[in-house]
Design a protein around this ligand. Structure first.
Ligand code: HEM
Length: 205
């Protein structure tokens, strides 16, 4: 049950947010599709073995998880003993939330924090695994996400195949700026208004 609850919703939301970020940023869409198609060639699908050759795709995914972390407040946790953080005293047995969404948009740590700009991760040592506290979409510490590797592999593979096989267009009359990033309330951050895109089969053209 943990695997279904923790693993499906988060991975699905990540794919939708990645497509949202890419359709709103055409130069990133072009660059990631070129990388995938150059590296994979004409074989008709992206396999798990290809993912290691796709650094820009990985940067796109990190940028997606930075701007749109599927669990923006991580999971509620209870303090075991009192502690003081930056002058604030926190009592034992208090429910605390960590606002990973706000941390990942903090202008003190991120240049142009609200911009979807995957290049920021290309020559950066900031990783996703919970050691860099400005970027913790999977949490940190002993109760961080146990499904991180599976989640990343699932999302990378699905996203790579969507971007490899299809060119994506906006519905007739829509402009990129019409695509909003409003969210529904809930522990997992889902897009409020469905993302409607038109796929064109690249492999058959
Ligand atoms: C993109 C995909 C995913 C994201 C962004 C994500 C994110 C998170 C976050 C932020 C937490 C809370 C960590 C904390 O409080 O410090 C968490 C916990 C958890 N995740 Fe994930 N997750 C993803 C995929 C998965 C997958 C694929 C599975 C299982 C197969 C999974 C299973 C769990 C479980 C069981 C917990 C609770 C761990 C605990 O409380 O000890 N997650 N996840």
């Amino acid at each position: 049950m943990n695997i279904f609850v923790g693993g499906t919703d988060t991975s699905a939301a990540t794919i939708i947010w990645a497509m949202t970020g890419l359709i709103k940023t055409p130069n990133a869409m072009k660059k990631v599709q070129e990388e995938i198609r150059d590296q994979v060639g004409n074989k008709g699908r992206v396999d798990e073995d290809d993912l290691g050759k796709l650094p820009y795709l990985k940067a796109v995914l990190k940028e997606t998880l930075r701007l749109y972390p599927p669990t923006p407040l991580l999971l509620p946790r209870e303090t075991m003993k009192s502690c003081v953080i930056e002058g604030y005293e926190i009592q034992p047995k208090i429910i605390v939330y960590v606002n990973a969404w706000a941390i990942a948009r903090d202008a003190e740590y991120w240049e142009n924090p609200t911009e979807f700009w995957p290049e920021r991760f290309l020559n950066s040592s900031v990783d996703i695994k919970g050691q860099d506290f400005e970027f913790i979409p999977f949490g940190s510490g002993r109760r961080n996400c146990p499904g991180m590797s599976l989640g990343l592999a699932t999302v990378e593979l699905a996203l790579a195949n969507l971007l490899y096989s299809f060119d994506w267009e906006l519905a007739r009359g829509m402009k990129a700026e019409d695509i909003d990033t409003d969210v529904l309330p809930g522990i997992t951050m889902h897009k409020k208004n469905a993302l409607c895109l038109v796929p064109r089969n690249y492999l058959c053209t």
